[in-house]
Every structure is written in structure tokens, then in C-alpha cells.
Design a protein around this ligand. Structure first.
Ligand code: UDX
Length: 433
């Protein structure tokens, strides 16, 4: 099929590349010329494992192209995906101005019947709004249908998530459109959930908010474990083996970040309040998450007798491993808070340091992970990159001037850390100090 994907962000680029890989002709459109030029040279605008390869192969084979010409892409495509940013506003509601602008452009340039697919995460009712905008600008004799087809990819595993999703949600206004989308996705051989447009829009928010709530729930249990002398890692093993609960998204730590969970929970809460059906549990999840970095900060301040003048080594900056994305990163929030408290912070991240430098110029950036430990009173693990999983704690301890290790993601066996003469502090695992 001939497809256009408008907006070359995470979702847009991955979606475009994967559809091209499945044999479609795809034009990815963005209004940033620089981004288009970079992609034509197979330079990625962000780091995502496997993306460069799949973009290069499909671009070279002629199935994937990049353009700033939205009008041309609209005219040449039967299905047009909208994958532009939907950033949060100060009050939590979703800023739909990019979606609105693209809808107007599609309307102005439409030349025959098209299916418009919303891939961006947008509040319930946006599908109808997009259709209204297109209708305002298009010639009256041309028809469009608007579909909601939310994306569930996670950063770091985006390609495999998009190639092999748990389910494909298609919110279609009629059977004919649903059939067309089913045909597009048929090669994936995955369960498809066909719903109304509004239900599909809600599925995306409900999924993300549920996962975010699962994390805040387990973090709250972890904080209580600290007080009562239980170990959250033992607790989650026992809880997660109940097949009704499952063990995924039950990892306690410094809280959730990224471009989706924080913004989508805020947006769902805003919409629920607007309609007089406030989802109080989401409000609580957000509040728990905002406080979670402070738990580690307080442990460090208490153990070190204050943070001012201390040297802290920090491992990890990105909001999760496998990405250089720093949006809403609680790792970065902790580094910034340590600096504000008067500590010297020596940081290392395998991917995110260059992006971080302008945002956090006062940190000391180390070119090698063990360098964070040089002269450090304490070292903190903030993002659980694979390369941090097998640390040589003896080497770390020798380089440090203090003996405290804070495991913000509970990835280490406390006994292994202790054997190197370090004091171990996790989240919800009791404390040494
Ligand atoms: C998420 C959803 O998983 C994805 O389906 C949606 O399309 C976009 O939002 P992403 O933001 O890439 O994906 O990352 P995810 O792996 O879900 O992690 C989000 C945050 O939660 C990270 O900060 C991660 O560290 C944290 N997290 C995750 C935990 O703290 N504990 C867990 O058990 C799982």
C-alpha cells in the first residue's frame, strides 16, 4: 500500500520504517528540513537499537522516503498516519495544535478518498475533531474516514514492539475502513481488537495509566517495606507469580519517566476531571511518582549527614535503558537535585551524556563508568543499563573515598555489594546505614 506518516518522532519514524519493511511504500514527512536531510544520509535523530539498520535497508530499497512536502505525500497515499507530537500543557491537558495543523493541511491538499489514522496519543474525541477540521478545508465532493490506531511501542525495544505487538487496536468508524486496516496489518499475524474510534483512544490512555499505576503501587509498597523491614524484591516475587497480577511493571525504583507515562496520566486525569468523573487513583499514582526520587535523595542525605560538599557518582541519566531520551527522567531529576543541594556530581551514561550536557552543565561528565567513583563519597545507580549490571564493586570501592552505594533500581544482590566493603541502600530493601 502507499502510506504517508506525518511527524518523524519516535512513533512516526518507527512506524514508517516497520511498514516499509513489511513491503509498503512509505513517505515520512516532517517540517524540519534538517531532520529529513539527516535521515536521507541514514543519520538517526535519536538513538533506538536496530532503527538505523531498518531505515537504511528500506531507504536503499526505495520503499522508505523522507520529505518536507506534506501536500505531495497526501496526494500519493491511500492511508495517512498522523504521528506528530502531543505535548502536555501546564494544566495537564494535551496540546493538540500540531494535530490540528496537520489535519488542516491534509484537508487543503486532499485529492481523493483517504483514510486518516491517528497514531499520536490523543484524548477521546480527537478523531472526530480531526475529521471536522479536514471537512472544513477539503472540497465537498471528497470523503475521508478517520481511524484511531494507537501505538504501544516502548523506547529501547521499539522495532520489535512495532513488528510484533501484543495486540493491534483499530478504532474504525465503519466496516470498510476496519477491513482496510486489517489488511494492512494482516502480515503481522497478531490479535486485532476492532472498536469504535473513541474506545481505541481510551484503550491507549487506560493501558499507559494502568502500567504507571502498577509502578506507583509497587513503589508505595517498597517504601513501606523500608519501614517494616521487608524486602520488596522478595515481596514482588511472591506477588508477581500470581498469574492474575503478573510480574511485569512491578519493579520498584526511583519512579517512572519518559515521554508517555507522565504526560498520559496527567492528560487522563485532566479529561476525567473535565467530565466530572475524576480518576482519583491516577491522581495518587502521579503524586507517588513525583515523590519517588526524594526517597533516594533522603536516604543519601541521611546516610551522608547532608549532601552539601559531598561527591556523588551517578550511573545513568536516561529515563530508562536503551535510549538517550531524557524527557521526564527521574535519574536526571536526582542529578539536578544533588547539584542544587551543593554536591559535586560525577555522571556517566552510555548514550545520553551529549544530550544532557546543555540541560545540566554543572555535572561532571565522565568518559568511562568507573570514573564516576573517583573520590566519591557515594555512588548511585539511577538507570539500569546492561553494562552496569555486572559492576566490579571491588574496583569501584578502591576508587571511592566513601563506602556507600545507592541502588535506585534494585538491580544488585546486596550481599555482592557488601562483600566489596560497601554499604548497600536500595528501594524498599531495608538499609545498612
Ligand atoms: C511506555 C509504554 O510501555 C508503551 O506501551 C507506550 O507506547 C509508551 O510508554 P516507554 O515510556 O518507552 O513506554 O517505557 P517503559 O518501558 O514503559 O517505562 C516507562 C518508565 O517506567 C521508565 O522510566 C521505567 O524506568 C519505569 N518502570 C518501568 C519502572 O519504574 N518499573 C517497572 O517495573 C517498569
Amino acid at each position: 500500500m502507499n502510506l504517508a506518516v506525518i511527524g518523524i518522532g519516535y512513533v512516526g519514524l518507527v512506524t514508517g520504517a516497520v511498514f516499509a519493511d513489511l513491503g509498503n511504500m512509505v513517505i515520512c514527512v516532517d517540517n524540519m528540513e534538517e531532520k529529513v536531510r539527516m535521515l536521507e544520509n541514514h543519520e538517526m535523530p535519536f538513538y533506538e537499537p536496530g532503527l538505523e539498520e531498518i531505515v537504511a535497508i528500506n531507504h536503499e530499497d526505495g520503499r522508505l522516503s523522507f520529505s518536507t512536502d506534506l501536500a505531495d505525500a497526501v496526494r500519493r497515499s491511500e492511508i495517512i498516519f498522523i504521528a506528530v507530537g502531543t505535548p502536555p500543557m501546564d494544566d495537564g491537558q494535551t496540546d493538540l495544535s500540531y494535530v490540528e495543523a496537520v489535519a488542516a493541511e491534509i484537508g487543503r491538499n486532499i485529492n481523493d478518498y483517504k483514510i486518516i489514522v491517528n497514531k499520536s496519543t490523543v484524548p477521546v474525541g480527537t478523531g472526530e475533531m480531526v475529521k471536522d477540521i479536514i471537512n472544513r478545508f477539503k472540497p465537498s465532493n471528497i470523503d475521508v474516514d478517520v481511524v484511531s490506531n494507537p501505538e504501544f511501542l516502548s523506547e529501547g525495544t521499539a522495532i520489535s514492539d512495532a513488528m510484533s505487538p501484543d495486540r493491534i487496536v483499530i478504532g474504525a468508524p465503519n466496516k470498510r475502513v476496519a477491513m482496510k486496516l486489517i489488511e494492512l496489518y494482516s502480515t503481522m499475524e497478531k490479535p486485532m481488537v476492532i472498536t469504535s474510534v473513541r474506545s481505541a483512544e481510551m484503550i491507549k490512555y487506560a493501558s499507559n495509566a494502568f502500567l504507571a499505576t502498577k509502578i506507583s503501587f509497587i513503589n508505595s509498597i517498597a517504601n513501606l517495606c523500608d519501614r517494616v523491614g521487608a524486602d520488596i524484591e522478595e515481596v514482588t516475587r511472591g506477588v508477581g507469580l500470581d498469574s492474575r497480577i503478573g510480574n511485569k511493571f512491578l519493579r520498584a525504583g526511583i519512579g517512572f519517566g519518559g515521554s508517555c507515562f507522565p504526560k498520559d496520566t496527567e492528560s487522563l486525569l485532566y479529561v476525567s476531571r473535565k467530565y466530572g468523573a475524576e480518576i482519583e487513583i491516577i491522581d495518587a499514582s502521579i503524586r507517588v511518582n513525583r515523590k519517588q526520587p526524594d526517597i533516594l535523595m533522603k536516604k543519601a542525605a541521611d546516610a551522608l549527614g547532608g549532601l552539601e560538599g559531598k561527591t556523588i557518582g551517578a550511573l545513568g541519566l536516561s529515563f530508562k535503558p536503551g535510549t538517550d531520551d531524557l524527557r521526564e527522567s527521574n535519574a536526571l531529576a536526582i542529578v539536578s537535585a544533588l547539584l542544587t543541594a551543593g554536591a559535586t556530581v560525577r555522571v556517566y551514561d552510555p548514550m545520553a551524556m551529549e544530550k544532557c550536557k546543555p540541560m545540566c552543565p554543572d555535572a561532571t561528565y565522565c568518559e568511562e563508568l568507573y570514573k564516576v567513583a573517583e573520590g566519591a563519597d557515594a555512588v548511585m545507580l539511577l538507570t539500569e543499563w546492561n553494562k552496569f549490571k555486572h559492576l566490579n564493586f571491588n574496583r569501584l570501592r578502591e576508587l571511592m573515598s566513601g563506602d556507600m552505594f545507592f541502588d535506585g533500581r534494585n538491580i544488585y544482590d546486596p550481599q555482592v555489594v557488601r562483600r566489596a566493603g560497601l554499604r548497600y541502600y536500595g528501594i524498599g530493601r531495608g538499609a545498612d546505614g
